[in-house]
Ligand binder design. Sequence first.
Ligand code: ADP
Length: 542
Amino acid sequence: MNGLMMQYPLTTNTIVEYGNRVFPHREIVTKLPNGAWHRYTYADMHTRTKKLAAALVRKLGVQPGDRVATFAFNGYQHLELYYAIPGIGAVCHTLNIRLAPDQLAYIANHAEDQVVFVDAPLLPLFEKIAPHVPGLRHCVLINAPAGVTTTLPGVVHYEDLIGDGSPDFAWPDLDENAACGLCYTSGTTGEPKGALYSHRSTYLHALTIMTPNAASVSSADTALLIVPQFHVMAWGFPFMCMLAGANMVMPGLHLQPAAIIDMLQRERVTVANGVPTIWLGVYEAMKQNPPAEKLSLRHYMVGGSALPASLMAAFEKDFDLEGLHAWGMTETSPLGTVARLQPVHAALPSDERLRIRATQGVEMPGVEVRVVGEDGTVVPRDGKTVGEIQVRGAWVIGGYYKSDNREAFTADGWFRTGDVGTLDPLGYMQITDRTKDLIKSGGEWISSVALESALMAHPQVKEATVIAIPHEKWIERPLACVVFAEGASVPDDELRRFLSPQFAVHQLPDVFVPVAEIPKTSVGKFDKKAVRRLYAAGKLGK
Ligand code: ADP
């Protein structure tokens, strides 16, 4: 029997309407490509979003269900697109600008994008892709000067498009289970795959990450959205901030540490998100040039790769800034777990508290995590037994977009993350590796992530990544690539001595290769595939 509740679909339209009704004076601040600042209120944003929605329907002929692509940095126009596209029942497809052109063409064709919004600084890049996407009808230019020349088809300027649009546009009634956003995985394993989010999943994800046990954001906050809008929807922050009434600061293409520090100070930012590489850069820049006043930042949220405990500790010791570690994937919208301490941890020694905060954390409500052993059974939550991390939940995908591939899903409907790790009795998840990055040496597993984190705690080591290399006797052995601090160099023996308290002798790398830099993926993670390729080509190793 149905309950007697109203039907109130959880759509992104209700989010933007809520923001306009309750927080019309809150601000959205953007650093434009030319370095100028743009600022306006939620109320202004609401008006322009309605005009944009009207123009999408009336001028560009976008139909419900159509995918509309964006190829843009974080900014106010991209935010308007985040609401206008799903608002008319279409799907906001964010193209990851950092992928290779042939991958991007594959993705745009797979998604059947007919309309794309291109940020002016990215025009030359998109001009290389567009000829390989025959279905493109309209290219809308954001931030482009009036006289710009381009080879793109069907060009119109963003401001011209919305200029005479109607702010009275009425949102259509939408089903909360209708598609809202589309993101592709970066294809580190095989072809990129599409994760299609619904209005409902987007809403629930945003609402949950706002809560005190997660990002803890309210109308007293100003958030800096460093995670790109082209990477898993900026971790849902554009929706979460509007539900919270938080000011949003959009850095555009200005992602260098000095620019980020300037924004943190200038806008008195209280929360921010970013991958570890970003925070490492910010830490080093702050070390070199310490800010005159303590930042207003309550915490910086980190995910996408493991946050080294050493970085978290250094930020705290030197600048009194707190890191908040979270885990997720494109397939999980992305946030699944967050590492916050609980009252039960209050009496623990500080290094133990740090260790817990450096785990990937506990499930957010709405998501379930389990660890499954090689025999297919769920292993105990004992903090020791390692297995594959599997998840299910209200914002976890149940299948890939336009794909029959069920490899990533279990028979009982859980998503197989490809991550390997443990759960402790309180549910804190510790990722020890990704399935494909684990090292199996003489029948024993070695965690590349644990070695990397430990190495990066050495004061002379800036970055470190560990891969498996073939070995005649042990089948695989770990090889570490190390970026030393400027001018420094540490002998292998000393590195081994440094690691030895935490590892068995057979787990220590035989070889430490000094490198100038570690190749990174499109989203700033260590690109182990590229490191393996370098090794295979004889370009690594002593
Ligand atoms: P890709 O799979 O292409 O790298 P995602 O951005 O979806 O793209 O990455 C998800 C993966 O990133 C996870 O499966 C996990 O391996 C890794 N990851 C994300 N957050 C963390 C974290 N906090 N600690 C360790 N690994 C993480």
